[in-house]
Ligand binder design. Structure first.
Ligand SMILES: NC(=O)c1ccc[n+]([C@@H]2O[C@H](COP(=O)([O-])OP(=O)(O)OC[C@H]3O[C@@H](n4cnc5c(N)ncnc54)[C@H](O)[C@@H]3O)[C@@H](O)[C@H]2O)c1
Length: 588
């Protein structure tokens, strides 16, 4: 009752001021663009020294940030390390206040956060709100209510040999965590590792993507303002900009790496981490299956399928990328989804009401087209595409409409490689076993969704899919349950970054034992085992093992009697051990 009453009293959470004047001074995309960015045809690299930022939806130039050198990265990590020494002593009360301040700011500034994300990535503000804000608020709320519970020392049972002990696991901060993150959710991708790391008492330095540095450099101001408000050093959390070299420098200077990105780069991160032997969490690509049995409510599933593949222009690691639909409803599913896709409007998200925005990079747009071309060359057919709105001149190549493709099979790259875009390839299946086989025929294993009118049938299929998560009769809702771990298997990576497992993965997990009845009962080595060991030491040890662990009570009792007998006998210490000088002589 007290808890309930307390919930009715709004907590006194201070507000923070974050200067956004420079980021929002020219945010209206309906205005004439005077400065259009033309990205170089070759991929930008570290030697360019600058990370150039532009709006994917309009190609309007946003500015640049430095590509930090190894020394500069080391300096940033050193500052975070210094700050962490202080923060490690903070109470959970102080850490919760930090989270509440952030939550308050986020809720009061949703529009600002979403517009900035939209400008930097090309997604709509509705998608930004769903993917950036909601997921982050869920994480904060979960940490507020359960974070301390999962980081408190946890009692563990003692074994038979250590009945006189108390055992527990303690969760200490690791130090400074490094995170290298992609561009798809620039707000959430920063907040997600930062919240867990800082709540567990760590410092953290996040290397943002070269394709979403502009927003990242604003979002970190929010975190630093909140740190200042709770009296913590601002350098505890930092955001750094650059390309691969900057990322590599980060890997070699931190105590743990959280990498979220492509499988290829994940491999490189693991190699670099081997040098300093730090733990790594690899959250890599996906090619999630979306299985639809014949007994579903088709209209409902079509709605979910569209969100699963088109949200955030399809830039989702757990986006639905392979649709397997039962042969009995295959045609109706294809017809319904095609009709809906044709009505989806695509355009610059801040210039009008569009369902889907731009593709974040031109490179990504080209990759989507090449996957589609490969499929078409091998006999696939496009049955529906979304509708373009008024596309800004100079940014036309940034748009790729949602595309429904049929007659696909697993020889096509489209069914094997991650697309990370709004493409819906649909295949039919005849039996549940076939659906499982098709879903598992992938290098990736991140998420999966299974739909059936029978919950039991859906669960049965889901249990056979080799993936880090599965949503039954829904899509990716596991990500909104922030108590759950998130991560994959196979080429989707390993380690978990959300939930209890993700929070504890930010910790030095320390096993501690101490005497239960100190100082009255302590470990005392039995006489035959004290140095120099007795002649019957091995016999004694064997009896001790049987008396402690034997399966049969009579054998255990017999062994116990033996143990007691040997203890009571005069234990003759092995004589003349010093004579063993050349390794060949044995004591008498
Ligand atoms: N599993 C997940 O949770 C998850 C979530 C979001 C995105 N992703 C994946 O991210 C990918 C898309 O993002 P991306 O194109 O930005 O990925 P990416 O792998 O190209 O880049 C990710 C980050 O790694 C950095 N980087 C590149 N080379 C590096 C190196 N040698 N050493 C250190 N850092 C280096 C980049 O600068 C960037 O910040 C997709 O594969 C997607 O599935 C996974």
């Amino acid at each position: 009752i007290c808890r309930l009453l307390l919930m009715l009293i709004p907590p006194n959470v201070p507000s923070i001021e974050v200067d956004a004047s420079d980021v929002m001074d020219d945010g209206n995309q309906t205005q004439e663009n005077s400065y259009i960015y033309i990205p170089p045809r070759v991929r930008t690299q570290q030697q360019d020294k600058r990370v150039q930022c532009y709006e994917p939806a309009t190609m309007k130039y946003l500015g640049y940030f430095p590509a930090l050198s190894r020394d500069e990265v080391n300096d940033r990590v050193a500052s975070a390390r210094k700050a962490q020494k202080e923060w490690a002593k903070s109470s959970f009360k102080q850490r919760r206040l930090l989270l509440r301040i952030l939550l308050k700011y986020i809720i009061e500034h949703q529009e600002l956060i979403c517009e900035i994300s939209s400008r930097d990535t090309g997604k709509t503000i509705v998608d930004a709100n769903m993917g950036e804000i909601m997921a982050t608020c869920e994480k904060i709320t979960w940490l507020l209510s359960e974070g301390e519970k999962w980081l408190k020392p946890e009692s563990r049972s003692c074994g038979r040999a250590t009945l006189h002990k108390k055992a527990r696991v303690e969760f200490h901060p690791l130090g400074v965590i490094g995170a290298i993150v992609p561009w798809n959710y620039p707000f959430h991708n920063i907040f997600n590792p930062v919240l867990a790391a800082v709540f567990a008492g760590n410092g953290i330095v996040v290397k943002v993507s070269e394709h979403a540095s502009w927003s990242g450099c604003f979002y970190v101001r929010i975190i630093q303002a909140a740190l200042a408000a709770v009296g913590a050093p601002e350098s505890l959390v930092d955001v750094i900009t650059g390309f691969a070299e900057t990322g590599e420098a980060l890997v070699s200077s931190v105590d743990k790496m959280i990498f979220v990105g492509s499988t290829g780069v994940g491999r490189m991160i693991m190699k670099s981490a081997a040098e300093t032997l730090i733990p790594v969490t690899l959250e890599l690509g996906g090619k999630d299956a979306f299985i639809v049995c014949e007994d579903v409510d088709l209209d409902h599933v079509v709605n979910v399928a569209l969100r699963a593949s088109i949200t955030s222009s399809g830039h989702n690691c757990t986006g639905a990328e392979r649709f397997y639909v039962h042969k009995n409803i295959y045609s109706s599913f294809v017809d319904k989804i095609s009709e809906r896709v044709k009505a989806i409007t695509v355009g610059p998200p801040l210039a009008g009401k569009y369902d889907m925005g731009a593709i974040c990079t031109q490179e990504q747009s080209e990759k989507l087209q090449s996957l589609v071309n490969d499929a078409l060359d091998r006999g696939a057919k496009i049955v529906a595409r979304g509708t373009f709105g008024h596309l800004p001149e100079g940014a036309v190549d940034q748009y790729f409409p949602p595309t429904v493709i049929v007659d696909v099979n697993h020889t096509m790259k489209l069914m094997q490689e991650e697309a990370f875009g709004p493409i819906l390839p649909i295949m039919k299946f005849s039996t549940d076993d076939e659906a499982v086989r098709l879903a598992n025929d992938s290098r990736f294993g991140l998420g999966c969704a299974v739909f059936s009118g029978s919950q039991r049938r859906a669960k049965n299929i889901a249990s056979q899919i080799r993936s880090g998560s599965v949503a039954i009769n829904d899509f990716a809702t596991n990500y909104l349950c922030q108590s759950l771990p998130f991560g994959g298997v196979k080429e989707s990576g390993f380690g978990r970054f959300a939930g209890v497992e993700g929070l504890r993965a930010c910790c030095l997990v320390k096993a501690v034992v101490e005497d239960r009845w100190w100082p009255y009962i302590q470990t005392k080595h039995p006489k035959p085992l004290t140095y120099p060991v007795a002649d019957n030491a091995f016999e004694f040890q064997m009896s001790l093992v049987e008396a402690t662990y034997g399966l049969n009570i009579w054998d255990r009792l017999r062994a116990l009697v033996n143990v007691l007998k040997m203890l009571s006998e005069q234990n003759t210490p092995a004589k003349d051990n010093s004579a063993v000088d050349d390794g060949s002589k044995r004591a008498d």
